[in-house]
Design a protein around this ligand. Structure first.
Ligand SMILES: Cc1cc2nc3c(=O)[nH]c(=O)nc-3n(C[C@H](O)[C@H](O)[C@H](O)COP(=O)(O)OP(=O)(O)OC[C@H]3O[C@@H](n4cnc5c(N)ncnc54)[C@H](O)[C@@H]3O)c2cc1C
Length: 323
């Protein structure tokens, strides 16, 4: 591990000043420190954001504002989250382990890097780690890679469970730039598809500080998160589905679905939501939703098993959410 400077300011102005000098933010460190040990990321200056007063959860326009440094454990256990956004609580608890969730933060979870083994293997070609070197995954051994949103340069998955639930809940990330100006970003605008620049994963500029995430009132009370993985805990999703559904008179009035383990970013498809709206729940409809979701899927060799798996998980989740 290379030497680095570490600073833990008590106010945002100091954090912004350090960011203007090229410092990298660190929160729980559960991803960044691993990447530094492997020399995949090598910042020479770290700014710890844990003392910036961003650790509160409060009401916001009938919804909720969650501070960037709220830990995954605290967020999952918050009574307002458990009552009104159970899909988020369940997604968080399906991720990592108790110890990790005690350190991992909301902003860090959004910005965690992929788990593609070729990204972590510094001897392998990886356009995300070292732009222009190629992609050892394509043509290599593949299993937990993306079948949606990939490119010929990268098929790495976005690994977060929390971000999948946040996408189904229409979360917006609130960001302060290094010059102090602020803006809000829908997750659709935060995460970029890899295209031919897979190393640029988000629309954040260097020095942008995530300060909080805002959840609107959920569109429905029926909420489900289901995650399928290789073992029962402590594993990333092969396929996960977050569903938020509002029923009216036995029909699906509105639905918001998001998917993990399938896409190069937490996946949402407006056509799936639109197909379900106004319809009576049933097997044929749920099968059709699977077809629509996977219409543009391009499973690299070794990942074809995700097609039937995604259809089955989606069907099970919709059955549970609409019964
Ligand atoms: C063994 C293991 C298993 C795991 N399993 C799962 C799993 O099943 N599901 C899952 O979803 N996750 C899983 N994780 C990932 C874990 O959830 C993430 O490591 C964690 O959420 C990252 O949060 P952090 O606060 O530690 O981020 P850090 O490591 O501190 O930072 C991550 C990135 O975010 C940036 N950052 C942090 N805060 C801010 C901010 N406020 N503004 C701007 N940038 C910021 C940092 O610069 C860095 O680039 C696992 C991790 C491990 C080690």
């Amino acid at each position: 591990m290379r030497p680095f400077d570490y600073q833990r300011p008590d106010d945002r102005d100091a954090a912004h000043a350090a960011a203007r000098d090229g410092a990298t933010f660190i929160a729980g460190g559960t991803n960044l420190v691993d990447l530094m040990k492997l020399e995949i990321m090598a910042p020479d200056r770290l700014v710890d954001v844990s003392r910036l007063g961003l650790d509160g959860i409060g009401d916001a326009d009938g919804g909720l504002r969650i501070g960037a440094t709220v830990t995954n454990s605290d967020l999952a256990a918050d009574p307002r989250v458990r009552r009104t956004y159970p899909v988020l609580s369940r997604a968080l608890l399906a991720g990592a382990s108790g110890q990790l969730r005690n350190k991992a933060t909301t902003a860090g979870n959004f910005l965690q890097r992929t788990r593609c083994p070729y990204f972590y293997d510094t001897d392998a070609a990886c356009n995300k780690r070292a732009p222009g070197t190629g992609c050892a995954a394509l043509g290599g051994e593949m299993r937990n890679h993306a079948i949606l949103g990939g490119s010929q340069h990268c098929v790495a998955l976005h690994p977060s469970d929390m971000a999948v639930a946040m996408r189904a809940l229409d979360a917006e990330v609130e960001v302060e730039a290094a010059d102090g100006t602020s803006r809000a970003l829908a997750l659709d605008d935060l995460y970029r598809l890899p295209g031919d620049t897979p190393h640029i994963e988000t629309s954040l500029a260097p020095g942008d500080l995530i300060t909080s995430v805002r959840l609107p009132v959920p569109l429905g009370e029926r909420q489900v998160y289901r995650k399928v993985r290789d073992r029962a805990s402590y594993a990333f999703a092969l396929v996960s589905v977050a569903a938020v559904v509002r029923m009216e008179g036995g029909r699906i009035a509105e639905a918001a679905l998001a998917f993990g383990g399938l896409g190069t970013r937490p996946w949402r498809d407006a056509e799936v939501d639109a197909l379900l709206a106004g319809e009576a729940p049933g097997e044929a409809l749920f099968d059709k939703a699977g077809e629509v979701l996977l219409r543009d899927a391009e499973p690299p060799e070794g990942t074809e098993f995700k097609l039937p798996l995604a259809r089955r998980v989606l069907k099970a989740v919709l059955t549970e959410a609409t019964r």
